[in-house]
Design a binder for this molecule. Sequence first.
Ligand SMILES: Nc1nc2c(c(=O)[nH]1)N[C@H]1C(S)=C(S)[C@@H](COP(=O)(O)O)O[C@H]1N2
Ligand SMILES: [Mo]
Length: 197
Amino acid sequence: MSFTTRGFSGRRRQPETRLPPGQTLVEKWPVLSAGPTPVVDTADWELTIQDETGTDHRWNWDELIALGVEDITVDIHCVTHWSKLGMAWRGVSLDKLFEHVGSRHQYVMAHSHGGYTTNLPLEDLLGGKAWIAIEAEGRPLHPEHGGPARLLVPHLYFWKSAKWIRGLTMMPGNDPGFWERYGYHIHGDPWQEQRYR
Ligand SMILES: Nc1nc2c(c(=O)[nH]1)N[C@H]1C(S)=C(S)[C@@H](COP(=O)(O)O)O[C@H]1N2
Ligand SMILES: [Mo]
């Protein structure tokens, strides 16, 4: 399956209008990590979604891939003002994972190897808007960019796309994650310039 995600307008924006306010285009892909790059092997990789009852839903690497991998082309926008347009990614839609998880809780904390966290409303992860990404630009995701697997939520600032993802925990409220506690915006929509609070 191969398709290009569309903006919420339902129409692909032209390059000059695909840049959110205050952003600058980059060609090279910067690395931004708050700590060292953890070593994560697909052989013992696992993703856990903890539902509101505390029950863990688990997928190993092969089980993740078996859910179905999509090719997507998206733009990414970092709060530090760089944007990279038309990036080719491969990943598993969060819709596929949440088909197996019932939750009345409407917020999610993403947890990474190394301790990074970021919070998101569940609705920002569903509806073809978010993936567990395993490849970028035709190659397995480089460890510096979150390989073997990272969250990819391109419609929000890129700090929401947790690298080295290991789990999602359902939450009743929108508790702040790592950068959000340091004053980054609780939601992070680049089109609204939701950078800091
Ligand atoms: N685990 C983890 N995920 C993370 C980060 C991090 O430090 N640790 N940095 C975030 C920030 S601020 C950005 S801009 C992007 C950078 O991703 P990149 O290094 O692949 O460009 O990852 C986000 N995800
Ligand atoms: Mo960032």
